[in-house]
Design a protein around this ligand. Structure first.
Ligand code: ZN
Length: 343
């Protein structure tokens, strides 16, 4: 079975997160189903919803045929800091219980490939509201195990502005990084924390690219040329990711990957494969990876949940990915980029 490293899931912040180890009813991801699907590692997001939104990314979008959602409301630092600290504690408790390893060094990722090893989880902040604009909390978060950070979710904060969900739309919506955002990216590079560009708008993307802080990473996005959603990457952005030796974790969220933007589980896996094929043809399979958005979005019913990942690998084979390319897409591309940031 091909080992899979997945670039983004929201399982830690779902209501039934307490059953991650034993298995949940419904949802997309838990440890028993990870084992069944061959997922040996992944990036686990901490996400604080905007005020008034009890559900996060998983709520249905307005499609098909296109829609524009207003930019989500800001979240106060104090609210996000308390929320994210508790969610980080959940992941660390799973580690203490011997259920998984929280990745602190690239060797922890490699160790997950050994026969019978625990899976490896990378602690990720989806939106940096939990960090104060002066960045005093950032080293504490690094000490807690934070190894990946998206400056924004799809809203504005002290560091940058995210893209609102708009389809069809360019990702060029809103202003770029603030001064605090520039300082955040530089501090992440110094500490060894991946900067994730998914949810950032296009101006912010280019502001990060200009800093040359590390390989450009979009953990859960698609190709704009295939589906013209604001959350997807333009050809110019893909080219920059390739030139930086970065990667795109191809997202499975139906509202972003379907060319008609329908938020509908009745979607064939070939739609996800089309994005992977497009990015590989444009910048090479070395820059294609997986970034499900499990437990954060509607995903195609033929996949179902993380246990269905072998079916997605078959869909990638069907569009011409070779076995060595599949191994790279499933694991070693993520491994290379994490190692580069974590130095
Ligand atoms: Zn997301």
């Amino acid at each position: 079975m091909i080992a899979i490293f997945d670039g983004h899931n929201d399982a830690l912040t779902r209501e039934d997160h307490a059953r991650l180890a034993s298995g949940r009813d419904g949802g997309h991801l838990d440890l028993p189903r990870m084992r069944a699907g061959g997922m040996r590692g992944g990036i686990f997001a901490l996400f604080t919803p905007s005020p008034g939104e009890e559900e996060h990314e998983g709520r249905p979008f307005g499609g098909p045929g296109g829609f524009v959602e207003p930019l989500a409301e800001p979240v106060a630092h104090e609210v996000a800091a308390a929320d994210a600290t508790a969610a980080a504690g959940r992941l660390l408790a799973l580690e203490r219980a011997g259920e998984l390893t929280v990745a602190r060094r690239i060797e922890d990722v490699d160790a997950a490939l050994a026969e019978g090893a625990s899976p490896v989880a990378v602690l990720h902040l989806e939106g940096a509201e939990a960090i104060d604009p002066g960045l005093e909390a950032l080293p504490a978060w690094h000490a807690m195990g934070l190894r990946s950070l998206g400056p924004v979710w799809s809203r504005a904060n002290a560091f940058a502005t995210g893209v609102q969900f708009a389809m069809p739309s360019s990702p060029d919506i809103g202003p770029g990084l603030t001064d605090a955002g520039v300082a955040l990216v530089k501090a992440c590079a110094e500490l060894g924390i991946v900067v994730d560009l998914s949810h950032l708008n296009e101006k912010g993307f280019w502001d990060v690219a200009r800093l040359e802080a590390g390989p450009l990473v979009a953990s859960h996005s698609g190709a704009h040329a295939v589906a013209e959603a604001s959350r997807n990457l333009t050809d110019a952005q893909l080219d920059a990711i390739g030139e930086s030796d970065g990667l795109v974790g191809i997202v499975y969220a139906t509202a972003f990957v379907r060319p008609d933007f329908a938020d509908d589980a009745d979607t064939p896996l070939s739609v996800i494969a089309d994005h992977a094929r497009y990015v590989a043809d444009r910048i090479g399979a070395r820059h294609v990876a997986l970034g499900s958005d499990f437990d954060g979005a509607t995903i195609p019913a033929p996949l179902g949940d993380v246990a269905g990942l072998p079916k997605l690998l078959d869909a990638l084979r069907a569009v011409g990915f070779t076995e060595p390319e599949l191994e790279a897409v499933a694991w070693s591309n993520w491994r290379r980029v994490l190692a580069a940031w974590w130095h």
